[in-house]
Unconditional design. Structure first.
Length: 87
């Protein structure tokens, strides 16, 4: 799970990455319908997901989607879909 990631909800897209501690860092948020920049952060000062929720609480649905995308990529599909063990 390396590189830049993008998560979109209701025409808002968050661009994010993982830092060396495997924490989500929000780089910027923009509106995909007209390319309006809603939030932008400086390298070295990217907020983590908790801070982003504090700074921009009205984007809670987007932050939930970022968290979901992170966990979907972080946990291999074979572990997510494993059937329950039978005795």
């Amino acid at each position: 799970m390396d590189g830049i990631h993008r998560t979109e909800v209701d025409r808002l897209q968050a661009t994010w990455q993982l830092n060396h501690r495997h924490e989500i860092e929000i780089m910027f948020v923009h509106n995909t319908s007209d390319a309006t920049l809603n939030a932008s952060f400086e390298p070295g000062d990217y907020p983590d997901l908790v801070q982003a929720r504090e700074y921009l609480p009205k984007l809670a649905e987007l932050w939930d989607a970022v968290r979901h995308d992170f966990w979907t990529e972080a946990i291999p599909a074979h572990r997510r879909s494993r059937p329950p063990e039978t005795p």
